[in-house]
Design a protein around this ligand. Structure first.
Ligand SMILES: Cc1cc2nc3c(=O)[nH]c(=O)nc-3n(C[C@H](O)[C@H](O)[C@H](O)COP(=O)(O)OP(=O)(O)OC[C@H]3O[C@@H](n4cnc5c(N)ncnc54)[C@H](O)[C@@H]3O)c2cc1C
Length: 486
C-alpha cells in the first residue's frame, strides 16, 4: 500500500559514491529535514550494463559493509536491493511516500539512460529526482573547445579544465542520519551475503584482504599517508614500481569512497615546497582520469570499439590458449611482465608503469586484440574502471583518441632495467629469481648456464623460457600495423 506523501521521507540512492563526506546527494536529501532511506541496488542483469569483475565485486562487498556501518553509527540504515533500479526505486518511493530522491551522477551510456528514464518516471509521479556531480571535478560536457566540441588531446583538455571554474570546497560528513522506517509492501531488502559478491570456491581473495582496507575510512587513511609521505617524491619516483611512491587511491576513487574534490582540497592544504612538484604531477594524473571520463562521454562504446576505426582492420592473431594463459599467470619468461601479472593476481592492483608494459607486450609482441587484455584487467583489478580501463588499453594499442603511437613498442627487458634497475620489484613477485645478480634479473634467458645454476634457476622448470622472441614479435607487430596505417 502506498504511504501518504506526508512523511517527508527522502531517498538517497548510493551508486559509485560510497561515502558520507562530500556527498552532495546525501546533503541535499538531509537538508529536506525528513528521515532518510539510504539505498544501494546491485543492478546485475540490467540490459547493457557491464557486469562487475571478480576483484571489483570483492571490493564492493567490503565497501558496502563499511558504508553500512558508517551510516548506522550516525543513526541511519543502508538498505540493499538487487535487480532493476527502474522497477525497485519507483515502488520504493511510493511505498515510503517519498517526496524526493537524490543521487550522484554516473557516466556510462546505459547507466545514463536508466537515470534519465527514472527522472521522467518520477516527474510523472510527483517525486522530485535530483542529481549531483560527485565523481569528477568537472562534468564531461562542461569542458569544451572554442568550437563547442569535446577535446581529443589531453594537454589542451587539462589546460582548459584547470582554467575552468575553481573546484569548490568539499562538504563535511553529516553528524546525524535519521532513518526512515523500512516501507511495508512487496519490496524486500536483501542482505550483503545474499548479494554473493565474494569468491567462495576457491576463495582467492587472501592477497586482496592483506593489501587493502576498502571503505571511506580506508580511503582517508591512504590519502593522509600519501600526503605525509610519498607525495614529496611522487614526480621523481612514480615510475619505479618498487618505490611505493604512488597513492594507491584508485580503487577508493573507483567506488567513490573518496571524491576528486576532496583530494584536490587536501593536496592544496598540504602544499608546501617539498610537496609542490609532486603535487602538480599528482593532480595532472587525476587530470587523466577526468580526461578519460570526458572521452568516454563522447565514445560510450570504447570498451568494445576502436576509437580510431581504422584499427578495425588490424590483423590480430587468434590467441593460442597457452600464450594467453602464460600472460595471465605471469609465466611469459620476461620478469617485469611476470612480476606485474603476479602482482595483479595477488593484490588486484598493478603499478601504472608495469600496466603499460604488460599491455604493450600482449597487444604488440603477442599481437593479441587489446579487448582481450582489457577484459582480463576488468576481471582482476580492484580499480577496474569503466572509463580508465578501456581508454588506457586503447592508449597503449594506439587506437585511442590521444594515444601512444602504435610503433612505440615497450621492450620489457629495457623497461625493467630502466625502472627496476636493482630488480627489487621482480624479486618481490618472483622469488625464484631472487638470487640472480642485477645484470641478469630482467633477462635470465640470456644468463650463463653456470650462473643460473648457482642462483637456483632452472629455465623451463622453475622459471619459464620466453614465450616469444622480442625482435620477432616486434617485427610482426610493425608489419601488422602497416595494414592499418592511415
Ligand atoms: C592498460 C592500463 C589499464 C588501466 N586500467 C585502469 C583502471 O581500470 N582503473 C584505473 O583507475 N586506472 C587504470 N589505469 C591507470 C593507472 O594505471 C591507475 O590509475 C594507477 O596505476 C592507479 O594507481 P594509483 O592510485 O597509485 O595512481 P597515482 O599515480 O597515485 O595517481 C592518482 C590517481 O590518478 C588517476 N590516474 C593515474 N594515472 C592514470 C591514468 N594513466 N589514466 C587515468 N587515471 C590515472 C587515478 O585515479 C589514480 O588513482 C590503467 C592503466 C593502463 C596502462
Amino acid at each position: 500500500m502506498a504511504a501518504p506523501k506526508t512523511q517527508n521521507t527522502a531517498i538517497v540512492w548510493f551508486r559509485d559514491d560510497l561515502r558520507l563526506a562530500d556527498n552532495e546527494a546525501l546533503a541535499a536529501a538531509l537538508s529536506t529535514g525528513g528521515p532518510l532511506l539510504c539505498v544501494y541496488i546491485l543492478e546485475d542483469g540490467t540490459a547493457g550494463f557491464r557486469p562487475l569483475g571478480g576483484a571489483a565485486r570483492w571490493w564492493l562487498h567490503h565497501s558496502l559493509q563499511a558504508l553500512g556501518q558508517d551510516i548506522a553509527a550516525k543513526g541511519g540504515r543502508l538498505d540493499l536491493f538487487c535487480g532493476e533500479a527502474r522497477r525497485i526505486l519507483p515502488a520504493l518511493a511510493e511505498a515510503a511516500g517519498a517526496r524526493i530522491i537524490c543521487w550522484t551522477r554516473r557516466y556510462g551510456g546505459p547507466e545514463m539512460a536508466v537515470d534519465a528514464a527514472l527522472k521522467a518516471q518520477f516527474k510523472t509521479s510527483g517525486v522530485e529526482a535530483k542529481s549531483f556531480n560527485g565523481h569528477l571535478l568537472h562534468e564531461p560536457w562542461d569542458i569544451t573547445r572554442g568550437d563547442g566540441h569535446g577535446f581529443a588531446v589531453y594537454t589542451p583538455y587539462w589546460r582548459a579544465a584547470s582554467a575552468a571554474a575553481q573546484v569548490g570546497e568539499p562538504l563535511p560528513a553529516p553528524d546525524r542520519l535519521p532513518a526512515a522506517p523500512i516501507p511495508r509492501g512487496a519490496l524486500r531488502t536483501t542482505s550483503i551475503e545474499a548479494l554473493a559478491l565474494l569468491p567462495e570456491k576457491p576463495d582467492w581473495a587472501g592477497g586482496l584482504r592483506a593489501a587493502w582496507r576498502p571503505g571511506e575510512n580506508g580511503a582517508q587513511e591512504r590519502l593522509k599517508a600519501f600526503l605525509e609521505g610519498e607525495i614529496a617524491s611522487y614526480s621523481l619516483e612514480r615510475n619505479r614500481p618498487s618505490a611505493d611512491a604512488v597513492s594507491r587511491l584508485s580503487p577508493h576513487l573507483r567506488f567513490g569512497e573518496i571524491g576528486p574534490r576532496q583530494i584536490f582540497a587536501a593536496v592544496r592544504t598540504a602544499w608546501d615546497n617539498a610537496a609542490q612538484k609532486g603535487g602538480v604531477k599528482f593532480l595532472a594524473e587525476l587530470g587523466w582520469r577526468e580526461f578519460n571520463y570526458h572521452l568516454s562521454f563522447y565514445h560510450p562504446d570504447a570498451a568494445r570499439q576502436n576509437i580510431q576505426r581504422r584499427f578495425d582492420k588490424m590483423p590480430w592473431r587468434e590467441p593460442a590458449p597457452r600464450e594467453l594463459s602464460a600472460w595471465q599467470r605471469g609465466e611469459t619468461g620476461y620478469p617485469l611482465i611476470d612480476a606485474g601479472m603476479r602482482e595483479l593476481w595477488a593484490t588486484g592492483y598493478m603499478h601504472n608503469r608495469v600496466r603499460m608494459v604488460v599491455a604493450s607486450f600482449l597487444i604488440k609482441h603477442l599481437l593479441i586484440d587489446w579487448r582481450i587484455g582489457e577484459n582480463w584487467f576488468w576481471d582482476t583489478l580492484c580499480d577496474a574502471d569503466p572509463a580508465n580501463n578501456p581508454m588506457n588499453w586503447q592508449w597503449v594499442a594506439g587506437s585511442g583518441a590521444d594515444a601512444a603511437p602504435y610503433f612505440r613498442i615497450f621492450n620489457p627487458v629495457l623497461q625493467g632495467e630502466k625502472f627496476d634497475a636493482a630488480g627489487d620489484y621482480v624479486r618481490r613477485w618472483i622469488p625464484e629469481l631472487a638470487k640472480l645478480p642485477n645484470k641478469w634479473i630482467h633477462k635470465p634467458f640470456a644468463a650463463p648456464p653456470a650462473l643460473l645454476r648457482g642462483a637456483g634457476v632452472e629455465l623451463g622448470k622453475n622459471y619459464p623460457r620466453p614465450i616469444v622472441d622480442l625482435a620477432e614479435g616486434r617485427a610482426r607487430a610493425l608489419a601488422a600495423f602497416e595494414k592499418v596505417k592511415g
